[in-house]
Design a protein around this ligand. Sequence first.
Ligand code: NAD
Ligand code: MG
Length: 384
Amino acid sequence: MRSISILGATGSIGASTLDLIRRNRGEWRVVALTAHGNAQSLAALAREFDAEIAVCADEAALPALREALVGTGIEAAAGPQALVEAAARPVDLTMAAIVGCAGLAPTMAAIEQGRTVALANKEALVSAGEVMMAAVAKHGTTLLPVDSEHNAIFQCLSGNKVDHVRWITLTASGGPFRDWSLEQLQAATPAQAIKHPNWSMGAKISVDSASMMNKGLEFIEAYHLFPVGLDRLRIIVHPQSIIHSMVEYRDGSTLAQLGPSDMRVPIASCLAWPERMETPLAAQLDLAAIGQLTFRAPDETLFPATRLAREAARAGGCIPAVLNAANEVAVAAFLAGRIGFTRISALVEEVLSSYAPPPASSLGDVLAVDLEARKRAQILPEVA
Ligand code: NAD
Ligand code: MG
């Protein structure tokens, strides 16, 4: 039996992870389950999986969480510190699936255990880059990428040497707006942005996918996870989302990982690694039915986010933390109907040019930069 904690248990990745655990109930002991503020959903999961502790990040949710867990023997806690403490409880595997830089401190606490962390929370790695990878090295932690592209690359690199890599190619679906004109993009609504053609995901990553910032964040994520250098990383649009990414070696061989657009595939790869487990997929990969796989270069004029991310990665230090924080504020403003869709990337670019953050050598430094970048994003005008 292995022990697991799931940070962000009530989200899309959390639900897919728990779906796999539910089908292999006897193999797992659930330690901590966490959520933002939805005490009822979290308590229901904690009861079902007989968790040791349930934690809401939002302190105001504590009375409801306690009430919902009365008589179960499951501990209830709330607040940012409780979240970090729960993430630090020893487990064989932590699924880090909180959305945004809010997941950084608990993810770092899980990394500091020196066990295995399955990382879905890309914003944490984008923001803390060097600081997080230094902690992974220091504590001897195994970091398994959950993001489908990075999980694909991880699999394609297995048994090979990073020194022999010529290219790592991240595939991008292009999102729901990949064929839209500038005029259409300017009028895009939140409902249209969160309706992804291939994947079912949380709201924030769906908007990132529509703006291509998701691929920008993934570019920075790949830069940290796979040390091949920025000049060996590239992005290609592949609307069918069947090839999840590719690695080309210096002898001209390209390895790709293919699969249906179901996050349970990369999650299962992390849960079972280095073994393989069965997944309950609605449909298996049927290439004859798909017929064609197509590819095209990204359009960075209409979708500037990947350019901004590449520039931020090249600038290094805390610049990616600024990019991420500004994007989080902009996406929230777009979802709330306060700014238009094309304003998201414009706002990120303005914050990047207004703020030269100090270098970071600790988690506290990164969080300070994140906070400052958020403040700057919030005071910028809402319309271009
Ligand atoms: P989601 O919005 O569905 O779920 C987010 C989870 O984090 C929920 O449990 C929520 O309660 C919790 N949370 C939200 N704000 C919080 C806060 N301030 N403090 C503590 N907890 C908070 O998101 P998701 O789609 O599951 O994505 C989670 C992460 O995984 C993101 O970083 C995303 O980029 C990444 N990811 C998701 C997918 C996908 O298919 N959904 C694919 C690849 C990567
Ligand atoms: Mg991805």
